[in-house]
Ligand binder design. Structure first.
Ligand code: PHE
Length: 445
């Protein structure tokens, strides 16, 4: 297979049969949207950072998205069969190197830095671009941005668990309060998924860490939504009361784990994942004497709420009708410019018999060698940003041969101009050609 190299941020990486990072994905690296003044992702990052100020917290960014599979998965305790590791979900540079799928890939480095003798901070935030193979629709884009934060407390030699808990509770008392109703402030956590790390922690200590974590994240969400509601009231909409709730979560590197949800336009929306950091991770990162929490969130999701931005592709827009609307010092509601008409086209194809045999699982199920995400990648490569969404609309198994065919509907729409039929036909023909050449189902892509 391809014996080449991929160059990122001036470093070169050999490719191998694991490589699946495409040219259009690689072309997004280094754009640094979250570092551009007056960009909505920059404004969102700064708003979140302001909730985690110095001297306790340092606020950082990580430019290079290339990390090892050890950093992205192993160190964080991802099991070997975790779906996140599969080539259908993750962009591999080569077998041992990926484009990070989350900012948690940097946790261990940051903890190690906090262990240094001259380290002054007990916490941090880090913002960065992350990469995931996924469906194509208005709220998913294969490159997006996350922000992560953590806070640690040192247990000095001889300190009992109760003393440690009491000290953390002192810090909880120093935090501001808020008056937003929390629907389920203390959801039950299940010991199968979120056991007490009894070798290292007492319940009392964990309760204190969780109290500190929850209050901080509640305050963060209250701040974000009060900004959002000011912006929409400025543009004439009636105020909407904020409703939030906690639910149990699951992450390989925290226990217990939680998610914070916000009731927004009729639905509960997950906005933050978080938990008490697994002690093994801290032990392996040079800080065995500390206990603490971590959280992670997606910047686009929050920015879409904050500014009422309807399509995730807009964040990448160079169009001044988009960029000129935002200013660092004030959150304003996005004023949509005219939406150009859509143009959808279907494409149907047979899978090779190898892919059809056996499981009978749907293309989306991932059990066979043609995955929905393989389709997404092909469309992404050919259509770049003129595709709005892609859906599987039909699946057919021939009763005699057992061969399977799939039909996808591709919805083309540009954010910037009206597409001509001719223009779309050229792109659609390219999708068809690429599909034929890729011999869908014959090998994993
Ligand atoms: N990395 C997690 C994700 O991408 C979020 C997370 C970060 C959860 C830190 C817990 C602690 O979903």
């Amino acid at each position: 297979e391809s014996q080449g190299t991929i160059i990122v941020e001036g470093k070169s990486y050999p490719t191998d049969q694991w490589t699946n990072a495409t040219p259009s994905i690689l072309s997004h690296i280094s754009k640094g949207l979250y570092t551009r003044e007056n960009h909505p992702l920059y404004i969102t990052r700064k708003l979140i950072e302001s909730q985690f100020p110095g001297p306790t917290y340092g606020n950082y960014t990580e430019k290079n998205p290339v990390v090892t599979t050890a950093q992205n998965f192993d160190v964080l305790g991802f099991p070997l069969d975790h779906p996140g590791r599969s080539r259908t979900d993750t962009y591999y540079v080569n077998e041992k190197t990926v484009l990070r799928t989350h900012t948690s890939a940097h946790q261990a480095e940051y903890f190690r830095r906090m262990a240094e003798e001259n380290a002054k901070e007990d916490g941090y935030t880090v913002a960065a671009d992350v990469y995931r193979r996924d469906a194509i629709d208005r709220s998913h884009y294969p490159v997006f941005h996350q922000m992560e934060g953590a806070r640690l407390w040192k247990r000095t030699p001889g300190m009992t668990a109760s003393e440690s808990a009491a000290r953390i509770l002192e810090d909880v008392k120093k935090l501001p309060t808020h008056d937003v109703e929390v629907e389920d402030p203390n959801p039950v956590t299940h010991p199968e998924r979120n056991p007490l790390q009894a070798d290292y922690h007492s319940q009392e200590e964990v309760d204190a860490v969780v109290a500190h974590l929850k209050r901080n994240l509640e305050l963060l969400v209250v701040r974000i939504f009060s900004e959002a509601s000011k912006a929409s009231q400025d543009s004439g909409s009636p105020p909407e009361p904020l409703k939030i709730r906690w639910i149990e979560g699951y992450f390989p590197f925290t226990s217990p784990s939680y998610e914070l949800e916000v009731f927004w336009q009729g639905d509960w929306l997950e906005v933050v994942g978080c938990g008490v950091i697994k002690q093994e991770l801290l032990n392996n990162s040079g800080v065995p004497d500390r206990i603490g929490w971590a959280f992670g969130l997606g910047l686009e999701r929050i920015a879409m709420l904050l500014f009422e931005i309807p399509d995730i592709r807009l964040f990448w827009s160079q169009d001044s009708r988009f960029l000129s609307q935002f200013r660092n010092d004030k959150i304003v509601r996005f004023q949509p410019f005219s939406k150009h008409p859509e143009c959808y086209k279907d494409v149907a194809f047979w899978l090779s018999s190898a892919a059809t045999s056996g499981t009978g699982a749907s293309a989306a199920g991932g059990a066979i060698s043609f995955h929905d995400n393989d389709m997404m990648e092909i469309v992404r490569e050919c259509a770049k940003d003129i595709v709005e969404d892609v859906k599987l609309v039909d699946e057919f198994v021939h009763p005699k041969t057992g061969r399977k065919s799939l039909c996808y509907r591709i919805n083309y729409r540009s954010l910037e101009h009206t597409l001509t039929n001719k223009e779309v036909n050229v792109v659609h023909e390219q999708v068809r050609q690429t599909l034929v050449e890729s011999r869908p189902g014959e090998r994993t892509m």
